[in-house]
Design a protein around this ligand. Structure first.
Ligand code: AMP
Length: 476
C-alpha cells in the first residue's frame, strides 16, 4: 500500500500549533510552510513514522522539530529535578556542525516552552556536555560516536525516548556510522516514533528504514540527483591559472556579498584562502586539518558576515547550513558528481535564488560529463571575458602588468562573450505540494525495498560493505 500524505494546507496558522510554538515560528519570520513541512508536520503530529527524502535546505529541521515539540508539551514542567526531564527525543546527525545547527534551531523553536534541549558531539570536552545532561534535557541532538561515549559513561540515559530522528541518514551510512546507529537504536524503547530523513533513498537507506521504521509514511520533496531550479548554474572553461582572477571579477561585478568556494584538496584550500586574503577579500578556510574549535570559529565568523568567502573542501562543508548564501563557486570541479549537487545545494535554499559558478579546466571534461549524466542536464561551457582584457604576458616596466602572482600561464583568456541565460522562476515553492503518483517506498521487507530502489536512480550504486553489515543484523 502506498502511504503518502497529500497536504491541504501551507500556512503555519492552519496547523494549530500551541501558542508558545507558534510565537517562536512567527519570530523566525516564516510566512508559509515549505513543502517538506506541509507534508511532514501533520504526519508527525498524528504519531506515524516518516521516511522523508529531503535535502538540507528544504526546511526539514522545522518539519520534524515543531511537531515533536508539540507532542512533548504534555511533559513540560518547571521542576528542577533532572528525573522530571528525561531524554524523550533523540536527533542523530552525521557531523558536528550539522548537530550544532539543528540544536540551535530546536532551541529557537522551543524558546517559549519549558522543554530543554542539548547537543553533544565529538572533538569537544565531555565535561560541559555531561553537566548539561545531568541537569536533564528532553531533546538531545547528537552525533553517534559521542552519544555512545555518553551512554557508556551513563550520562545519557535513553530508556524513556519516545521519538528518534535519523537525519541525513545517507551521510551517516557513508561515514560508516551504521554499527554505531545499530548500537544506539538497541538501547531505545521499541515503542517509539522514528523519523528518517535522507537526501536519497539508496538501497542501504531502504534497508535501514525496513529494519527500524514501522509502516512509515513516505514523503519526498526533492527527487534524488536534482539540483534546485532556483539556482542559476554557470560553467566557465578556464585554465587553472586564470581561475582566481575570474573569481575575483565575478564577486566584484555581481556584487556578491558572501560565497562558498569549493576546492578539491586541503592544501589547495589553504593556499587559495591565503591568496584571496592577500587580494583583499575577507576569506577563511575550512578544511579537515583545522581543529574543531577553529572550524566553529570560521563558521561563526562567516555567519556573522565578518568573512565574505569561505573556502572549503567537501568533507569540511558536509552538513553546513548557512542560510542565504548568494553564491557557490566550484573552484575545482568535484571528483564525485554527487558532491556537485551537495555543493550547489548551499545556495538557492528554501526557495531563494542562488548562483553556482563552476570553473572547468581542460582536464575536467570527464568530470563535467559525469555531472551532466547525474543531473540529466546539458552543460554549456562558456568562455570567460576578463574585464581588464589585455594580451597575455604583456610586460610593463619589466613586470607583469597584472597582479596574478601565482600565475605562470601565458595563455590568453578565452574571448567568447557570455550572455546570461534568462532567469527561470521556479513555481515549486509557490504551490502546495502534490505527491508523486509513483510509489516511492512502500517496501514491506528489506528485499522488497532493495528491488523498489532500482527505480530511484541508476546512478545510485549499492555499497557492498554497508550492505554486508545489514546481513548480520537483527531488525531492532
Ligand atoms: P533546513 O533544511 O532545516 O536546514 O532549513 C534551511 C533553512 O531554511 C534554515 O535556515 C531555516 O531557518 C529556514 N526555514 C525553515 N523553514 C522555513 C520556512 N517555512 N520559511 C522560510 N525559511 C525557513
Amino acid at each position: 500500500m502506498v502511504r503518502q500524505y497529500v497536504p491541504t494546507m501551507n500556512s503555519f496558522s492552519q496547523l494549530q500549533l500551541a501558542p508558545n510554538l507558534a510565537k517562536a515560528v512567527a519570530e523566525m519570520g516564516y510566512e508559509s510552510m515549505t513543502p517538506i513541512q506541509a507534508q511532514a508536520i501533520p504526519v508527525v503530529l498524528s504519531g506515524q513514522d516518516v521516511m522523508g527524502a529531503a535535502q538540507t535546505g528544504t526546511g526539514k529541521t522545522a518539519a520534524f522539530s515543531l511537531p515533536l515539540l508539540q507532542r512533548m508539551l504534555k511533559h513540560e514542567n518547571s521542576s528542577t529535578s533532572p528525573a522530571r526531564h528525561p531524554v524523550r527525543a533523540l536527533v542523530l546527525l552525521p557531523t558536528r556542525e550539522l548537530a550544532d545547527q539543528v540544536a540551535q534551531q530546536v532551541k529557537m523553536y522551543a524558546k517559549y516552552t519549558q522543554l530543554r534541549s542539548a547537543v553533544v558531539f565529538g572533538g569537544m570536552d565531555m565535561k560541559p556536555q555531561t553537566a548539561e545532561l545531568k541537569k536533564g534535557v528532553e531533546v538531545l541532538v547528537a552525533t553517534p560516536g559521542r552519544l555512545l561515549d555518553h551512554i557508556e559513561a551513563k550520562t545519557a540515559v535513553l530508556n524513556q525516548v519516545e521519538y528518534v530522528v535519523l537525519d541525513e541518514a545517507d551521510r551517516m551510512l557513508d561515514i560508516g556510522f551504521l554499527p554505531d546507529l545499530q548500537r544506539i537504536l538497541s538501547y531505545l524503547p521499541k515503542q517509539r516514533t522514528t523519523l528518517l530523513f535522507s537526501a536519497t533513498f539508496s538501497p542501504e537507506i531502504k534497508r535501514l528504514a525496513a529494519s527500524y521504521l514501522q509502516n512509515p509514511v513516505t514523503i519526498e520533496v526533492a527527487r534524488p540527483n536534482q539540483t534546485a531550479s532556483t539556482v542559476t548554474q554557470l560553467f566557465y572553461n578556464l585554465p587553472d591559472d586564470d581561475k582566481r582572477r575570474a573569481l575575483k571579477q565575478i564577486v566584484k561585478q555581481r556584487g556578491i556579498s558572501q560565497a562558498f568556494v569549493f576546492v578539491n584538496s586541503k592544501l589547495g584550500c589553504a593556499r587559495l584562502a591565503r591568496s584571496l586574503e592577500r587580494d583583499g577579500l575577507k576569506t577563511t578556510a575550512l578544511h579537515g586539518d583545522k581543529s574543531q574549535d577553529e572550524r566553529l570559529k570560521a563558521l561563526e565568523a562567516f555567519k556573522k558576515g565578518e568573512v565574505d568567502l569561505l573556502v572549503c573542501t567537501d568533507v569540511a562543508a558536509r552538513g553546513l547550513d548557512i542560510k542565504d548564501v548568494p553564491a557557490v563557486f566550484n573552484f575545482d570541479i568535484p571528483y564525485n558528481a554527487e558532491d556537485y549537487i551537495h555543493r550547489i545545494g548551499r545556495t538557492g535554499r528554501a526557495g531563494a535564488e542562488g548562483l553556482a559558478v563552476s570553473f572547468a579546466s581542460p582536464n575536467d571534461v570527464r568530470l563535467v560529463t559525469d555531472i551532466e549524466k547525474l543531473t540529466k542536464q546539458k552543460i554549456e561551457l562558456l568562455g570567460f571575458d576578463f574585464e581588464d582584457d589585455r594580451p597575455a604576458g604583456r610586460i610593463n616596466n619589466g613586470r607583469r602588468h597584472w597582479d596574478d602572482e601565482d600565475s605562470s600561464s601565458e595563455k590568453p583568456a578565452s574571448r567568447s562573450r557570455f550572455v546570461p541565460p534568462p532567469k527561470v522562476h521556479d513555481p515549486f515553492f509557490d504551490r502546495p505540494y502534490e505527491a508523486s503518483a509513483e510509489p516511492v517506498n512502500t517496501a514491506a521487507s528489506p528485499e522488497q525495498a532493495l528491488s523498489n530502489s532500482r527505480s530511484i536512480s541508476p546512478n545510485i550504486k549499492p555499497k557492498r560493505n554497508v550492505a554486508a553489515l545489514f546481513k548480520t543484523t537483527e531488525p531492532g
